[in-house]
Write a new protein. Structure first.
Length: 275
């Protein structure tokens, strides 16, 4: 394994933070990542969902973030951080935020890390996204999932650093965003086509043609999000490539953190969907 110098490690850390905290620049196109469920050594063999990417400068399979799933009062929750230290200590500088769900798993809130350094502002966390799963859609040919996601419309491209050891996320959804729809971007899931040979609903991943990597497997957890109904450009897509392993492609205006969290909501089990 090639050892990285201090400067190389600093560059890698800066690139990772940039991918996680700010929207992917338009001129970059899309960023490809891998989400893998892995059992750690130590810590009682706990399982984490790890986000990797080969994009940009730095070593291959660069680890961007980890997420730990737990249930609180029957509700799913994901704790997300840049490394396991932030999973177990929300005051650690690597802590990124959390994803909380309702009892049915039909609605997920994506939160930032809040103000960890001022106990008087412990409720100051911001809503960075909302994901809603509609009841399973039944057709003559079978069933499929449908989802909607909302993110802040005007997301800053600048990294905010309010503390020497804390990098902030972009601004969250305004409190009145539900009444003023123009203050939020809505992402809509693409309707899958029916494969008459396989006799099941599938998504078309031919947009990934030309990219090396494993073949996308059919899964109810796969999805493609566009900015409008029947939109042509895919903003975020998730495809299963192995047991508990997925490929994630995302574009502007999503941040890497938002994209990862939206994908975690699909990977999570839910009572609201029969598939």
């Amino acid at each position: 394994m090639v050892e990285l110098s201090c400067n190389d490690r600093a560059v890698c850390a800066c690139v990772c933070r940039s991918l996680l905290y700010r929207p992917l620049p338009l001129d970059v196109g899309r960023c490809t990542c891998i989400i893998a469920k892995e059992r750690t050594q130590g810590r009682s063999g706990m399982c984490f969902y790890t986000l990797y990417t080969n994009e940009g400068q730095g070593r291959q399979d660069r680890k961007l973030a980890v997420a730990w799933h737990r249930r609180r009062n029957g509700r799913s929750e994901f704790i997300v951080a840049q490394n396991p230290n932030g999973i177990f200590c929300s005051s650690d500088e690597s802590f990124l935020g959390s994803v909380t769900a309702n009892l049915m798993g039909s609605k997920h809130h994506i939160w930032d890390q809040g103000n960890r350094f001022d106990p008087r502002k412990k409720h100051s966390r911001r809503l960075l996204g909302l994901v809603v799963y509609l009841p399973t859609i039944a057709t003559i040919t079978g069933n499929y999932r449908s989802l909607r996601a909302w993110i802040p419309k005007y997301q800053s491209m600048q990294l905010k650093n309010s503390n020497a050891t804390q990098i902030q996320h972009i601004n969250g959804l305004p409190k009145d965003w539900e009444e003023n729809s123009n203050r939020a971007n809505r992402l809509v899931s693409r309707v899958p086509y029916y494969n008459t040979l396989a006799k099941r609903h599938e998504l078309d991943f031919r947009e990934r043609a030309g990219r090396t990597g494993p073949r996308i497997q059919s899964s109810v957890k796969n999805f493609q999000l566009t900015m409008e109904e029947k939109g042509r450009q895919t903003i975020l897509q998730l495809g299963k490539i192995g047991k508990s392993k997925y490929v994630m492609d995302y574009r502007y205006p999503l941040t890497g953190y938002q994209a990862f969290c939206i994908c975690l909501t699909s990977i999570d089990s839910k009572l609201c969907c029969s598939v």
